[in-house]
Design a protein around this ligand. Structure first.
Ligand code: SAM
Ligand code: SF4
Length: 443
């Protein structure tokens, strides 16, 4: 308490679902220490920046934000500022040199030490918690303050043992560590009892999960048996670890949703090799084709990097061709960004920024036409939708997701967290509009 009021915290989050979930964990710790959330940085006693270093732009945003926070700190010297997450792990002590007013630097493997590190920094002025590979990843799930409903994220593993030549994640999140299946299922059971209908298993390389005889396919089967759980997803998968048993789960395990995010990164074998991805275009394509044949309405999304060093017009053309061949339901495309310490950062055949941007534009416009066409084929079809709440558009419509992960807007009184049937009445490239079926009984 300060002046008879509770201390307030603000956590700003950049990056992937793992970071979003890490924020839920830190929010839980702060709540346990008596802090309450605020959205106003001028009111906060503690501000944590949960950072992402996957691309240079994400990292520079953190420094931009710190520049503004410096002014707040000058006005209020008691303000506690922490830089946490991947930039913290990557830059370490260097954060204090760039921003001496920062009180805490903490990597993503040290979350459970947050309370202790805040305490230490309050005593000593500063504290730092950087991860080692053998740091435990256990986190008491009862302490999380989940913000992600109606879907709940569940960490199944941390870290990544791959060495994609462009990627900083193995440096910031360390080697792979897996949670025991019994612990994961205890968390899922608890979530079901709290009313969550959908869970998403998280890991940077989630389909490499293995622990004491269990793999991802066994986790999916176990979660399917937990009463109350209606939908299970997992992210992010690596094409090399997409075993037959996991592919079969989409067909055989009723709660596993018919959508897979499977980053391809490029359609060119030459570039895939330079990226050290460990698969060829044809291996990637054959897995998707197999699932499309065996699972009705199977949807795919992917990540693509354009302008990787040495990517020529022909390689880029092969990426466009992959998009035409597969017709992904969604694509997340990024201009290659060199990251410190990675192998690709030493490559010389750099693709100029203008060429990267031009390729990115071409790729996104192709995807827009593919999505428009694909979404139009869904007109008139009925989908089970899990209601998220009111959409971001200012039109009063509700928003939800289909099992194939499409966003649907629709009018109606349904409540957040219920499952209802919606008929698609209009298709846009990035979302669908629909109407709730009159006889749809919320589940
Ligand atoms: N583990 C996942 C995988 O194997 O694809 C994804 C990890 S990363 C958080 C998410 C995406 O960021 C990657 O799939 C990749 O497309 C992109 N990415 C990673 N490093 C990048 C870089 N140096 N420049 C541009 N995009 C990058
Ligand atoms: Fe990065 Fe590759 Fe690991 Fe994904 S699999 S996190 S892209 S190193």
């Amino acid at each position: 308490m300060i002046d008879g009021r509770s201390r307030r915290y603000l956590i700003e989050t950049w990056g992937c679902q793992m970071n979003q979930h890490d924020t839920e964990k830190m929010a839980g710790i702060l709540a346990g220490l008596g802090y309450v959330p605020t959205a106003d940085d001028r009111e906060a006693d503690v501000i944590l920046l949960n950072t992402c270093s996957i691309r240079e732009k994400a990292e520079s945003k953190v420094y931009g934000r710190l520049g503004r926070l410096r002014r707040l700190k000058m006005a209020n010297p008691d303000l506690f500022i922490g830089v946490v997450g991947c930039v913290a792990q990557q830059v370490g002590q260097g954060i204090f040199s760039r921003a001496p007013f920062v009180n805490l630097v903490m990597g993503p493997r040290n979350l459970s030490r947050l309370g202790e590190l805040i305490e230490e920094a309050r005593r000593e002025g500063r504290s730092i918690g950087l991860a080692r590979d053998d740091d435990p990843i256990e986190f008491p799930f009862g302490t999380m303050a989940r913000a992600s409903g109606p879907k709940a994220f569940v960490t199944v593993m941390e870290g990544c043992n791959k060495s994609c030549t462009y990627c900083i994640v193995p440096f910031t999140r360390g080697r792979e560590v897996y949670r025991p299946a019994t612990e994961i299922m205890a968390e899922v059971t608890q979530l079901a009892q709290e009313g969550y209908r959908e869970v998403e298993f998280l890991g940077q390389n989630v389909n490499a999960y293995h622990h004491e005889g269990s793999d991802l396919a066994s986790l999916l089967r176990m979660a399917d048996r937990i009463p109350g759980i209606r939908r299970v997803r997992f992210t992010t998968s690596h094409p090399g670890h997409l075993k037959r048993t996991i592919m079969d789960s989409f067909r055989d395990v009723p709660t596993v949703c018919n959508h897979l995010h499977l980053p391809a990164q490029s359609g060119s074998d030459r570039v895939l090799k330079a990226m050290n991805r460990g698969y060829t275009r044809s291996k990637y394509v054959s897995k998707l084709e197999f699932m499309r044949r065996s699972v009705p309405g199977m949807a795919f999304s992917t990540d693509l990097i354009v302008g990787f060093p040495g990517e020529g017009p022909r390689d880029f053309g092969e990426t466009l061709q992959l998009m035409r061949d597969i017709e992904f339901d969604q694509v997340y495309a990024f201009a290659y960004s060199p990251r410190p310490g990675t192998e690709a950062a030493r490559l010389e055949a750099i693709v100029p920024r203008e060429a990267q941007q031009e390729r990115l534009g071409e790729l996104l416009s192709l995807q827009e036409s593919i999505q428009t066409r694909r979404n139009r084929t869904l007109m008139g079809q009925v989908f089970e939708v899990l209601v998220d709440g009111v959409g971001r558009l200012d039109n009063g419509l509700l928003r939800g997701r289909t099992r194939c992960n499409r966003i649907v807007h629709f009018p109606g009184p349904a409540q957040r967290g219920v499952l209802i049937d919606v008929r698609i009445t209009r298709a846009q490239p990035h979302s669908l509009l629909g109407e709730v079926l009159p006889n749809s009984r919320p589940a």
